[in-house]
Design a protein. Structure first.
Length: 202
């Protein structure tokens, strides 16, 4: 990546971290997982910035660490595989969907971010549940759901089902709507100032 692309990547990571931090209150509503509109923010990195899989993997790792610090979830370490997979899956899907074009349609943007949100969700709830169960010293046991898991009162199915209905569904709907709006709004300006390269005729 060029220096301007690295700077743009850092800006999106910082913004995703701020958004994730501001949505910490949603953990109170669910007891164990927070809404992740931040996925729509960091997926812009994959959607707008050309990079190799190795670069995307490194950015995904940094992204996971940033959101781990910003989270209020009961097992923060689960943010690393969760948001690593979210960004890397968005990069792979972007490469697959754009073909020879550099501009993606709003439908493709929504599809990419929707799949990335799903991958991120799945790779959060599994490590979070079993992380709390088997690595309680890394968990925030002040959160009721963590105590319930440790006491055997909350099963994986119950945790996953509640998280799916209360958090995943509104999160994926929000991300499906927000992501193409952000993509279409930001792409021309970023191209104008040389942060990204526009395709001819776009």
């Amino acid at each position: 990546m060029r220096s301007r692309e690295i700077a743009l990547c850092g800006m999106f990571l910082a913004l995703a971290g701020v958004v994730h931090f501001l949505l910490r209150f949603t953990v109170v509503l669910t007891g164990g997982i927070q809404m992740a509109v931040s996925i729509a923010i960091y997926c812009l990195i994959a959607l707008l910035i050309p990079m190799s899989l190795a670069e995307a993997s490194l950015v995904g790792l940094v992204n996971g660490i940033v959101l781990m610090v910003a989270t209020a979830a009961p097992f923060p370490l689960a943010n690393i595989p969760s948001h690593f997979s979210g960004l890397v899956s968005a990069k792979l899907l972007t490469d697959a969907f754009k073909g020879n074009e550099r501009k993606l349609s709003p439908l493709k943007v929504s599809l990419i971010v929707g799949i990335a949100t799903t991958a991120s969700f799945l790779l959060f709830i599994i490590p979070a549940y079993y992380g709390i169960l088997y690595l309680p010293s890394f968990a925030n046991t002040a959160i009721p759901v963590a105590r319930g898991i440790l006491a055997g009162a909350v099963t994986f199915f119950a945790y996953a089902s509640a998280s799916f209905s209360i958090i995943y569904i509104p999160t994926v709907i929000a991300n499906l709507i927000i992501s193409p709006v952000l993509y279409e709004a930001l792409r021309p300006g970023l191209a104008r100032y040389g942060f990204i390269t526009e395709p001819k005729g776009a």
